[in-house]
Design a protein around this ligand. Structure first.
Ligand code: SAM
Ligand code: SF4
Length: 342
């Protein structure tokens, strides 16, 4: 695969929405498929998209180029599990080259299951930072939360990523009451001991996921902070990493402790991002359905880079002011997180 070189790269044209927010952070869900079935993300018997409906790696690379033309500084690859997509390293290499054209950072969110064998290649391809999901340090519990995951494999993946030189690896832990809320101190200690950052995430009501009751599982960031304060001193910081986490530091450690709290703290005023779903829908907000079908533009007008960019610019006009998540799921978004890209 190679990115067509024609008209690369025009003067950068920033994407500004109608509320004056500059959009410079793009997330691509490169597959809806996954080797795990986390209880908060998917139903146990998940139906995946037919391949023809998923963007090809070439289409994803073309989109990356268009967004960078339009001023994107960061691209995060997510999914589903990005590393189970066949030949995905080719995409990382292509997107990695966009660093010569204005991209500051290519990053990846992964469940860690494939990292042991892929970490070195990802680093070579230009991936700057990794977020690795880790909800529990108990093998049995990890298996119950992910339904199919193997904790030891993920831990080996984390160690491999550190060994090949990834800095500032961040763990993501979705915290659910009665499932893993009693592990926040242990997960934090694990992060500190291994020189990692960690973000605790409130569950979001994305997709109908069967038997799991979201209202019952809700465990707010304030409760997590209170639990941590029993053991650690948490000092608030103004640090941001381009995402919605609010960070704290624990004195005399290198680790940042983040909280992603879509329910208890609305992070929309400073939203700088859009997402592209595995099917090529440009999603203007994680918590609303406003979207534009970029796959249609790509397939109806192959090679028409200007038309693609115009479609992206026009989409800024429908980016909502904020999401509308409610605890208890009255406003459940029908999309699944794995289509959307977390
Ligand atoms: N498979 C990769 C992983 O798990 O890291 C990348 C995709 S996953 C959808 C991205 C992130 O979204 C993960 O950290 C996951 O824990 C989080 N996530 C999934 N479903 C969620 C939900 N309903 N609410 C909050 N976070 C969720
Ligand atoms: Fe897969 Fe990530 Fe969803 Fe878990 S959170 S099922 S690892 S996509």
């Amino acid at each position: 695969m190679s990115i067509p070189s024609g008209e690369m790269i025009s003067p950068r044209e920033p994407l500004i929405d109608r509320f004056g927010r500059q959009i410079n952070y793009i997330r691509f869900s490169v597959t809806d498929r996954c080797d795990f079935r986390c209880v908060y993300c998917m139903s146990e018997r998940m139906n995946f998209l037919p391949r023809a409906r998923v963007l090809t790696l070439e289409e994803l690379a073309t989109l990356g180029r268009a967004f960078v033309d339009l001023g994107a500084r960061r691209i995060r690859i997510t999914g589903g599990e990005p590393l189970v997509r066949r030949n995905v390293l080719c995409l990382f290499r292509e997107l990695g080259r966009l660093r010569e054209h204005g991209l500051d950072e290519l990053t990846l969110t992964t469940n860690g299951s494939q990292l042991e064998s892929m970490a070195a290649d990802l680093r070579e391809a230009g991936v700057a930072r990794l977020n690795i999901s880790l909800d529990s340090l108990h093998p049995e519990r990890f298996r119950r939360m992910t339904r199919t995951g193997d904790l030891a494999t993920v831990l080996r993946g984390i160690h491999a990523a550190r060994a090949v030189g990834f800095q500032r690896i961040k763990l993501n832990a979705v915290i659910l009451k009665h499932r893993n809320h009693d592990e926040v101190v242990d997960l934090t200690r694990f992060a500190i001991d291994h020189g990692l950052d960690i973000s605790f995430i409130e569950e979001m009501p994305l997709g109908e996921i069967g038997e799991h009751d979201r209202a019952e599982a809700y465990y707010p960031s304030d409760a997590i902070r209170a639990d941590l304060k029993q053991v650690f001193t948490l000092t608030p910081t103004t640090e941001r990493t381009g995402g919605p986490s609010r960070y704290y530091r624990i004195p005399e450690t290198d680790s940042r402790i983040g909280f992603i709290s879509p329910h208890s703290h609305n992070f929309c005023d400073t939203c700088n991002r859009v997402r592209v779903s595995a099917e090529g829908r440009l999603l203007l907000c994680l918590g609303q359905e406003h979207s534009v079908d970029l796959r249609y533009v790509l397939r109806a007008h192959p090679g028409d880079h200007q038309r693609l960019k115009q479609a992206i610019i026009a989409a800024m006009g429908i980016k909502p002011r904020h999401h509308d998540f409610q605890i208890g799921g009255q406003t459940t978004i029908l999309r699944y997180m794995n289509h959307t890209g977390g």
